[in-house]
Write a new protein. Structure first.
Length: 365
């Protein structure tokens, strides 16, 4: 059976003489997305839609060297790890060897792999400081967290290092039981199906005039914006403040937010599990309501707060899973990506940065 071009590329590595030959090869193979980084030619097809800065940045660099752009933007050390998991098409050569773009000269895969390893040795050391947990991705992550001897430092280092394309299974296995997996991997529409009946019921039971309802509903949304900041900073990032050296707390933390930071592009891990989220929001709501609110506005205030929470979680999901050409959503996405890939110690606002400005945790970029 005749080999396709993709089959040929997978077993042989191409020697490119210049950036121009890479650009020409890119033009002749539009199904590939090629960039040059530190002398190696990578196919970023699998990664381009996941780029935190947006797809347009990399589109403009296809067929070119990205060395200068990579350094100018001050990418994190974790960003360099991504190259270890991208498909290598070939490498640049400084000798007089010229690539025939129609019948490309290639080397056997064994030779190519040895040279690729040599070319990529500089990437191997770009790890976060300290030891990090190295799970077996073919097994349940929760069972490993519970039964394996994982230190607090190893766990924190693991969740604080964003992993894109590093997991060979490409989709993490949280539980070995599919029924349990269903409750922790949340599609966005589960959020709508679960919460909107509650919101509707609270609105119906309010029984106030429409103007008063609108005012207290808006107060509820504003209150959620404050909770969004508090929960994200002091609960979701408890590992920075108070997370006990305890297996049970690690498991809850991992399910609530740790997994999302470890795997920021896992499609069904961008939302807080529905039941866990409801318990958390209610726990933050009830004390405030009992102490400060009159009985006749409780229902509509809760409705506004839950509505704010649902909008927050949906925005959070789609800024991770979608690309935006411009406008407010792109600004929100870029700001939140800084939190994931540059500083988990700041930028706790997701839908806005008002409270980051108030509490001086705003990210500048």
């Amino acid at each position: 059976m005749k080999k396709t071009s993709s089959d040929k590329i997978s077993t042989q590595k191409i020697q490119f003489k210049s950036e121009a030959t890479v650009s020409q090869y890119q033009e002749q193979n539009p199904d590939l997305k090629l960039v040059i980084f530190e002398g190696v030619v990578y196919n970023i097809n699998e990664y381009i839609n996941l780029h935190p800065g947006g797809i347009d940045i990399l589109q403009n660099l296809l067929g070119k060297s990205i060395d200068d752009a990579f350094e100018e933007i001050s990418h994190s050390k974790a960003a360099r790890n991504i190259f270890q998991n991208l498909e290598i098409i070939g490498r640049m050569t400084s000798n007089n060897f010229t690539v025939d773009l129609n019948e490309s000269d290639t080397q056997d895969s064994d030779q190519g792999q040895q040279q690729d390893k040599k070319d990529c040795d500089g990437l191997d050391g770009y790890k976060l400081k300290g030891n990090a947990w190295k799970p077996d991705y073919s097994r349940s992550l929760i069972s490993q967290l519970w039964y394996d001897n994982i230190t607090h430092e190893e766990y924190v280092n693991f969740v604080e290092e964003p992993k894109i394309l590093i997991n060979p299974r490409r989709s993490v296995k949280v539980f070995s039981n599919d029924f349990m997996e269903f409750f922790v991997k949340t599609p966005w529409y589960h959020l709508v199906i679960f919460y909107f009946p509650f919101i509707y019921t609270y609105i119906i039971e309010s029984r106030q005039d429409i103007i008063q309802d609108a005012i207290w509903f808006s107060f509820g949304i504003f209150y959620w914006s404050f909770l969004e900041y508090l929960i994200h900073r002091f609960v979701f990032h408890a590992e920075k403040y108070w997370l006990p050296y305890n297996k049970a707390f690690k498991v809850v933390h991992f399910l609530g937010h740790g997994m999302h930071h470890a795997f920021p592009n896992e499609p069904k891990a961008t939302l807080v599990p529905v039941l866990l989220g409801y318990i958390l929001v209610k726990a933050m709501l009830d004390p405030f309501i009992r102490l400060l609110l009159p009985d006749n506005v409780e229902d509509i205030f809760i409705a506004g707060t839950l509505f704010g929470y649902v909008i927050y979680d949906l925005i959070h999901h789609f800024i991770h899973q979608s690309q935006f050409n411009g406008g407010y959503m792109k600004t929100v996405k870029l700001y939140h990506m800084q939190h994931h890939y540059k500083s988990g110690w700041a930028g706790f606002g997701v839908t806005h940065k008002f409270w980051d400005i108030v509490f001086r945790t705003e990210l500048k970029f």
